[in-house]
Design a protein around this ligand. Sequence first.
Ligand code: AMP
Length: 217
Amino acid sequence: MRVILLGPPGSGKGTQAQYIMERFEIPQISTGDMLRKSVADNTPLGNQVKIIMESGALVPDDIIIKLVQDRIKQPDCTKGFLLDGFPRTVKQAEALTLAGVQMDRVIELAVPDDVIVERLSGRRIHPASGRVYHVKFQPPTREDHDDVTGDPLILREDDKEETVRRRLLVYHTQTQPLVGYYTSLAIKNVQGLPKVTKINGTEGPLVVCDLIFSFLS
Ligand code: AMP
């Protein structure tokens, strides 16, 4: 099973990716996580992309395409994989198609912009452990401090409202056209082309998960 999970930042892709990964026993390939790890590890790639990521813009297509092509050659991808955060542009999608990588399903998680802004700009992180809080939906006991260690929490640079709005604009202009790209491939109904669906991502995570599983089964 080869799946693409599309959706704006904060639409719950990461959460759903975990469910899909466990249920279908396929690895999640999150380009955002891969890039963040490179930044944290101070690799040459990390240093190249850090400022771009903080600004909310997209990393150049050729860098990302190479990263994903190398990753899907790994042995754990033979049974399939879940692409989370890739492709992000039509050029990236075309590169996959041209490389002969046939996808089975494309899921678009739809969430309105205002809901996204509230979800992301309220998020607070404990950098050392990765624990995530939300000022409204999951506040820490002591405002802006981690429950376990008492360390100060941070607002991730790319979760700041201004950056979130810029990321949403990037999503609408560069990534959403992919739905049309895959739909037009799919309606040709040639064997080997992906089935495409849109799922309401404002429902609770388990409801969204059920909808996704029925589409994938
Ligand atoms: P994410 O966690 O998926 O929202 O990704 C965080 C950031 O990493 C994005 O805002 C981009 O700067 C960069 N990024 C992740 N995936 C891609 C991609 N497929 N193409 C270009 N940039 C990406």
